[in-house]
Write a protein of this length. Sequence first.
Length: 265
Amino acid sequence: MATTTTVEVVVPDGLSPGDEFNVEFDGTSFSIVVPAGVAGGQPLALELPASTPQPTGTTSVEIVVPDGLTPGDEFTVEWGGTSYSIAVPDGVASGQALTIELPELPSGAEEPAAAPEPASVAAAAAEEEEDTMYQAAGEHYLGKVVQVLRSNGEYAPATIIEFNFATETYTVDLGGGMLKYCVESGSIAPADHVAAMVGDFKVGLRVMVPHLGMFISGRDPEREDVVGEISGYTPESQYEVRLDTGVSKNYIWAHQIRPLRRQKK
């Protein structure tokens, strides 16, 4: 698992639990979800990836293409404790020697025991074997491809990369260098999940609804609205909303629902 460092940030004003905001750290933008019990203006401690010194150069390494591979196939090379995916080039067959450029090992790092013999290689299987072991992470596992619910109510593809056992939340990779932290299990769906439309909204849409029982006459401006997500729809054109507190509210009319949008800074 990557090395992390603790960074303290202040939640932007106006945000509440479930909202997202961006944090710039060490040249990377991280998408952060405001956890339960934290509001705008309060400090929040985050565990963010620590910067890693980059290799200063490359070195030539000779390897042997594993048996059974042909041009275009990929295999894995272990070098300096890191795995590199190599594609067999045209004109090279299994069993032949291949010279590749890999990052120089850090100063003082142990050279491979068999140098100058070829670096050890492991052929990548064409399909995942059924007995592949994954590192468990709560209800999911690291490396699992999923759909994650964004604060605008839409689902986006992501990959689980870390699990915080203390808070029971996940860190997911949204692609394009964007990570999302503090993701709760309830905001994660299978990779083939398609949000179903119910009436005018989608299941899973993050919304605000009137507090307590103020549903007959509509939204009470003197009451704080509460946040949750649409979880159901009745034949009478009324909605069920599961609040962030875990309580479900039923018989809510469409005009009492306000989609929750990300704050623009």
